[in-house]
Design a protein around this ligand. Structure first.
Ligand code: F0G
Length: 450
């Protein structure tokens, strides 16, 4: 009997399929993999998901990830049987995704120039480890447990390692994290230690650390939980489920993310492709990815800023030679990613092909913002009473840019994903100490009051 969930190569001209317990990141021809489901989930599940919000004692209904478990049932379990859920699904006692939902932020809307009811910002930083990663980590560690892995490995700019550390500590697994030395917020590094991970400091940036972690994963037989892992992508789809459920399964006009390794963009695309195929949604929102100016590979390639050629998914035939040429140009000119938003300081986004597939499906856009625009974006979210980190500040900054350019229209409903909480305490102190910053509320020296 054919399994209802399996892995499938994303290249439609290859299409190799693998058992769900496969742990390779790519097919044998080196293409990335998707989790694929044969069944079409009943639209009536929408009602069940909503009812589960009254979770009583069931942590899998409490969890903002596992509440939607029928749509990521790669363990192929009876999802209504709590014993099966407890045996297979990994959860931090139901807390992942529980508090992340869209919020209205009037001051941010004023800054952007949108009416208050036209902007929704979803706080994924209000997850247990402080970032959106917990959505995908609960599902990736679930798969690790399914295949009997006990050693987990990742490279990280800090949030992935914090999340991996938290889940592995709770599951009694070993965790190895490869951290770019001196390019990580202190709050994130501290979490890696707090949860007892084995910290491996790599000289260089995230791209260097990532390659080393992939090599070492093979050597020590460890299970990779970076977003190249297709099971990470499955959990991250629930970010969009929560957004759409809040909108009664209507879709916004735009969904906006900061872009780093592009796992979020990939999961958003896969989520929308599935929902559209199942006819759960009738319209496709447009995806916006916001790069930092100092780490803008996707921006350059998607917009034809390099060689006047635009990188497109092209129905599964992307111009890979263009991608190679761009990376060669970065290497030869020793161009390193450089932004204060270290979370997205990445020049070789591993998921770029899944991302351009998502951009093709959603008629998406890629923009870029400066560090100072991100700082203002982060600051105005703070002045609205909410917490986000600098990389997430790219979201209000990017939306503002597109509203100013009249690409996003006044009547459009825009939802942005604020991906992480503030873990670099010095940033706000520096920002508000400098009166030249747009939203600075400068400290007062007591003596000046006397
Ligand atoms: N926002 C935050 C707060 C992040 O930590 C990251 C990525 C991103 C955005 C980018 O998301 O990779 O899906 O495009 N952080 C990774 C890490 C790289 O190691 O914590 P993406």
């Amino acid at each position: 009997m054919k399994e209802t969930a399996y892995l499938k190569c994303i290249n439609p001209y290859c299409g190799l399929e693998y058992d769900i317990k496969n742990t390779n990141i790519t097919c044998e021809k080196n293409h990335f993999l998707d989790v694929q489901y044969d069944n079409i989930p009943s639209i009536e599940l929408k009602e069940l998901f909503y009812r589960r919000r009254n979770y009583r004692d069931n942590i899998f209904n409490e969890s903002g990830v596992w509440r939607f478990r029928e749509l990521l049932n790669f363990c192929q379990i009876n999802t209504s049987d709590i014993k099966s859920c407890s045996k297979y699904l990994v959860s931090l006692d139901g807390i992942e995704g529980k508090q992340s939902k869209p919020y209205r932020m009037s001051k941010v809307a004023d800054f952007i120039g949108l009416r208050h009811n036209k902007l929704l910002l979803q706080l994924e930083g209000y997850n247990p480890s402080g970032s959106f990663k917990d959505n995908g980590m609960s599902s990736a560690i679930t798969h690790a447990k399914l295949v009997g892995a006990t050693k987990i490995i990742c490279a990280s700019t800090g949030n992935t390692s914090a999340s991996a550390g938290m889940y592995t500590a709770n599951e009694n697994m070993e965790c190895y994290v490869y951290i770019p030395n001196e390019q990580i917020a202190s709050g994130k590094l501290s979490q890696a230690y707090q949860f007892g991970t084995k910290v491996i400091k790599v000289s260089g940036n995230f791209d260097d650390a990532f390659l080393k972690s992939l090599d070492d994963a093979k050597k020590i037989n460890a299970y990779t939980v970076n977003s190249v892992n297709p099971f990470r992508i499955e959990g991250q789809k629930t970010i969009i489920y929560r957004l759409l459920e809040y909108l009664n399964w209507d879709v916004p006009d735009w969904i906006v993310y900061p872009g780093g390794a592009l796992g979020n963009a990939s999961s958003c695309g896969k989520c929308l492709m599935e929902l559209y195929k199942w006819q759960w949604i009738k319209k496709i929102p447009r995806l916006v990815i916001v790069n930092a100016e100092g780490a803008k590979t996707l921006y350059d390639l998607y917009n034809g800023e390099f060689d006047n050629t635009k990188l497109r998914w092209n129905d599964g035939k992307p111009n890979l030679e263009l991608l190679d040429r761009y990376y060669k140009y970065l290497n030869e000119n020793q161009i390193k990613p450089n932004t204060t938003a270290t979370a997205i300081q990445i020049n070789k986004p591993a998921n770029i092909l899944k991302c351009i597939r998502a951009l093709e499906f959603t008629d998406g856009i890629v923009t870029k913002v400066s560090d100072s625009e991100m700082l203002d974006g982060m600051a105005i979210v703070g002045l609205n009473g909410f917490d986000c980190e600098l990389a997430s500040g790219a979201v209000p900054a990017g939306i503002k840019k597109l509203v100013d350019a009249e690409i996003i229209k006044n009547d459009d409903l825009v939802s942005g994903i604020l991906t992480g909480r503030q873990k670099d305490p010095s940033l706000f102190v520096e920002y508000h100490s400098n009166r030249k910053n747009r939203f600075a509320v400068t400290p007062i020296d007591y003596t000046s009051l006397e």
